[in-house]
Each structure stands twice: as C-alpha cells, then as structure tokens.
Design a protein around this ligand. Structure first.
Ligand code: NAP
Length: 287
C-alpha cells in the first residue's frame, strides 16, 4: 500500500513524509519540482494533471494540497488509478456543514466572497463529488506564516507587521501532519472533518516576544504601514488573496481566537504551542 504525498516541498508535506516513514509506511513524495525538493520526489504538478500518471501508479491513499487549478483532473485520474482515500489539506474557513444556525449562515455568506475560503471549499467539493473516501483536514492559521518575519528578525531584530494586536491560535505544521498521518494509516477517518488550531490564542506582539525568547535576544515590533504590507503580500499571492489575508488580520484585532482540541483527540498528544514552534524554528530566525 503506497501513500502518495503531493506538495513535497511544503512544510506540512515534509513533516508528514518524515512521520510516515518513521512509522514504517510506504510513502512516495511528489512535487511540481522534484529536483528542488529536499526529499527524493517524483513529478506531480496538480495544475497539470497529465503529469500525475507515474506518481499515482500503485497508490491507494493520497495526501492532497488544495491547488485549485487542476484538482478536478488530478482527482479523476487518482480514482481511475485505484486510489481509495484522499486526505485533503483544506482550511478552517473552507467547507460547510449541513446544520447551520442563522449566524453561521451569515458567516458562510461572507466566506463565499472570500478568495481563500472559496478555493478550499471548491477543492473539498471536487474530492467529495468524486466518490472516493475522504478526510478533510482544516487547519486555521499556520505558525509557519510568521517565517515571513524571519528576514527582518535576522537583519534588524524586529518584526514588521501592521497588526500587533491581531490574535490567532497558530498551529504547528507537525501537528497538521500528525493528524493527516493518522487519517492515512488508521481506519475510521473516512468522512471526518478535522478543524485544527494551536492550543492558545496569541497576539502578534506576543509571537514576536516568543521568537525573542526562542533565539535568546529580544525581538521588537515595528507597526508596518498597511500599503507596504499589501505590497509585500502581493509578491507571493494574487490581489484577491492579499485582500483576504488583510481582512482576516483586521477582523482578528483584539479578538482572541477560538481553539479546538482536535489535534489531541486524533493523535493523543496535545497541540504544540507557538513558543514550541519558535524554538523548533529558532535557526530560521538566526541563520
Ligand atoms: N498558511 C495558512 O495559514 C494556511 C491555513 C489553512 C490552510 N492552509 C493551506 O496549506 C497550504 C500550505 O501548506 P504548506 O505550509 O505545507 O505549504 P508551503 O510550505 O507554503 O509550500 C507550498 C505548497 O503548495 C504546493 N503546491 C502549490 N502548487 C502546487 C501544484 N501546482 N502542484 C502540487 N503542489 C503544489 C507545493 O508543492 P510543490 O512545490 O512541492 O509541488 C508546496 O507543498 C496552503 O496552500 C493552504 O491550502 C494554509
């Protein structure tokens, strides 16, 4: 039984491959750019589903990134190749439940206009509509998002961000991977939707302090101009996604983030806090 892990260069995929191999599972890592992957990997570009044939040979389970451009073609080929179960890396904002109250419906309407939510919900619909067994892993904000602060922490000892008082409950990539690993190797996760967060709500100012504690020197917080922030975001994503990221940040100012205990329920281990993540990534902020 071979498990295909798409997106081999991603933080979650890398941790997942490591955890599955350590557990003795037979794993094939796949990437858009196998040569650039730190792991031995085969080619699989989700935006070009025709590239997926060799990657899918002999595979029964797939860990899938929600790449919107080719996910339907990929899932169609996966089902034809005999894949029985897809574990989709979705997002906490994506998806929807049958039983919603009025407030949830209003929230959902706002989400429908949100680029990030839409992309993940569409990927979930494609997977669910294909007839394959599925598990949706829906994490909230990733702790790795703060790697965008690493260059200024290294160079000047500061975090630059417009929203010092915005809250999140950042989730460690190893916890997302641990939940996915259970779903890929144990029975009983078919049809499950796992909403994952870190164990506590922290402000960005507190995150900067925790990075300082992890690297053994204080890290300051410079309140960045919003236009400069938008410009930085636009270097790696579309204007719609940049707007969505900014809107989420603005909504989180002064509002502690809700947490879930799903990581612990699924894995038996409590979710790792942001301070632990900062220690695990101290080299990124000093190297
Ligand atoms: N950041 C957040 O706060 C957050 C919150 C909820 C959900 N998410 C989800 O998590 C994803 C990021 O996960 P990560 O941190 O592990 O990734 P990452 O380190 O940001 O790396 C990007 C990942 O996307 C994959 N990818 C992009 N286009 C692809 C394509 N055409 N075909 C195959 N793979 C493709 C890359 O795979 P290769 O380059 O190796 O092919 C790589 O694994 C987001 O895209 C989003 O769907 C993020």
């Amino acid at each position: 039984m071979t498990i295909l892990i798409t997106g081999a260069r991603g933080h979650v995929a890398r941790s997942l491959v490591q955890q599955l191999r350590a557990a003795g599972a037979e794993v094939r890592a796949a990437s858009r750019d196998p040569a650039a992957s730190a792991l031995p990997a085969v080619l699989c570009d989700l935006a070009d589903p025709d590239s997926a044939g060799p990657a899918l040979a002999g595979v029964t389970k797939v860990f899938l990134y929600a790449e919107p451009r080719g996910v339907d073609g990929f899932v169609e080929r996966a089902v034809a190749a005999g894949v029985e179960h897809v574990v989709l890396l979705s997002a906490l904002l994506g998806g929807g439940t049958e039983e919603e109250d009025a407030i949830a419906r209003v929230q959902r309407k706002a989400e429908e206009e949100d680029a990030i939510a839409r992309m993940h919900r569409e990927a979930e619909a494609v997977v669910a509509g294909s007839g394959v067994a599925w598990t949706f892993v829906r994490p909230g904000a990733f702790a790795t998002n703060t790697l965008s602060w690493a260059a200024s922490v290294r160079a000047e000892g500061v975090v630059r961000d417009p929203f010092p008082d915005a809250h999140s409950a950042p989730v460690h990539e190893a916890d997302i991977a641990a939940v996915a690993a259970r779903a890929l190797t144990e029975p009983g996760h078919e049809g499950a939707v796992y909403e994952l967060t870190g164990p506590e709500s922290v402000t960005r100012r507190r995150q900067a302090e925790l990075i300082g504690e992890a690297i053994g020197r204080p890290v300051g917080f410079v309140v960045q101009d919003l236009a400069e922030h938008r410009e930085e975001l636009s270097r790696w994503t579309s204007p719609e996604v940049a707007d969505s990221v900014i809107r989420h940040s603005q909504d989180a100012v002064g509002r502690p983030a809700a947490t879930t205990d799903t990581v612990e329920k699924v894995t038996g281990e409590p979710a790792r806090a942001y301070g632990r993540w900062a220690r695990d990534h101290a080299a990124d902020f000093t190297g």
